[in-house]
Design a protein around this ligand. Structure first.
Ligand SMILES: [Zn+2]
Length: 339
């Protein structure tokens, strides 16, 4: 009996290890462990043995069964792994496997910053206006007090088109177009792409985005401008940010100012980002030059106004600590997914 058991066990094991398909394993299983299998029959035959031998032979029979079952299991897993199949079984769908999560799109970081800035000025009653990216010299320069011989035309390296038109170098032409269309009061912002003949590097791009604002009415003063820009700075960069107005020059505003905020990195103590000054320049602004009002037919003795403009990329770079403007336009998903 004992030798019979051992012989069956070793034969089963060798058949299992030489099986090269799961079908073969199944027939081995049926041959030895099935209802009419050889091992099963042998175990059934234990009942007819003398009572003193039964417990010992019972244990041996169970051990033989277990070792055959175990060999079947591991050989089945081996064959499944070789096929690249899951051990659950052929042609079956394993609902416990992790799925592929669909990637959800998101807005570009520039769009998000732009939307936020538009929201701030909309809440102050500024309307959103649009204008063409291809402009004439008149709207881009002349109407903004930048005549042909003005050095400002050299300051901005302009991309001219063959037909005498040009790609706008700032969003200011939109202000002129709006003022031509409607009498004061005007309270508007406009945003969009602008173009310069710049070579792309970490801080320059031949195409970037601007947003600018214009307010014209009776009695508008520099104090109003400061109030609006201070409010903008705290809403955009946080309540603790301070502003500083430095005298500057733009052809279309007089007086003009460049506006700084206290450094977002060091809080004003001075660091590498702010060049140890404690301040970061964010925009240009000023009172609208009377020459601009003359060009659109507004009476500069009755009306006054302020204008301001800023680069969206610069604001986004400061807010998110981005050190290369080209990252916005490379469309590298590793960058874009961080926002
Ligand atoms: Zn700093």
């Amino acid at each position: 009996m004992e030798s019979q058991l051992e012989e069956l066990r070793s034969r089963a094991l060798s058949e299992i290890s030489s099986a090269s398909e799961t079908k073969e394993l199944e027939s081995v299983q049926i041959r030895y462990l099935g209802r009419k299998g050889r091992l099963t029959a042998l175990v059934r035959g234990l009942g007819g043995l003398p009572e003193k031998d039964r417990p010992r032979l019972g244990r041996l029979a169970n051990a033989a069964k277990r070792s055959v079952e175990e060999a079947l299991r591991s050989r089945r897993a081996e064959l499944a792994a070789r096929k690249g199949d899951s051990p659950v079984g052929e042609g079956r769908f394993d609902v416990t496997l992790p799925g592929t999560r669909p990637r959800i799109g998101r807005l570009h970081p520039l769009t998000r910053v732009l939307d936020e800035i538009i929201e701030i000025f909309s809440s102050l009653g500024f309307t959103l206006e649009e204008g063409p990216e291809i402009e004439s010299e008149y709207y881009n320069f002349d109407a903004l007090n930048i005549p042909a011989d003005h050095p400002a035309r050299d300051m901005q390296d302009t991309l001219y088109l063959k037909n005498g038109l040009l790609l706008r170098t700032h969003t200011s032409p939109v202000q002129v177009r709006v003022m031509e269309k409607q009498p004061p009061p005007v309270r508007m912002i406009c945003a969009g792409k602008v173009y310069r003949a710049d070579t792309a590097d970490a801080s320059h791009s031949p195409m970037f985005h601007q947003i600018e604002g214009l307010m014209v009415d009776r009695g508008v003063s520099f104090t109003d401008l400061k109030g609006v820009l201070n409010l903008f700075a705290t809403r955009c960069f946080g309540p603790r940010v301070k502003t500083r107005f430095r005298a500057s020059f733009f052809p279309f505003t007089e007086p003009s100012a460049e506006v700084d905020i206290s450094c977002l990195v060091c809080g004003g103590r001075g660091c590498r980002v702010c060049g140890s000054s404690g301040w970061l320049e964010i925009l240009g602004a000023g009172m609208v030059d009377p020459e601009v009002f003359k060009a659109v037919g507004y009476d500069h003795r009755v009306y006054s106004g302020y204008a301001f403009g800023m680069g969206i990329e610069r604001i986004a770079m400061l807010r998110h600590g981005i050190n290369d403007i080209r990252l916005f336009f490379d469309n590298d998903l590793r960058f874009l997914r961080q926002f």
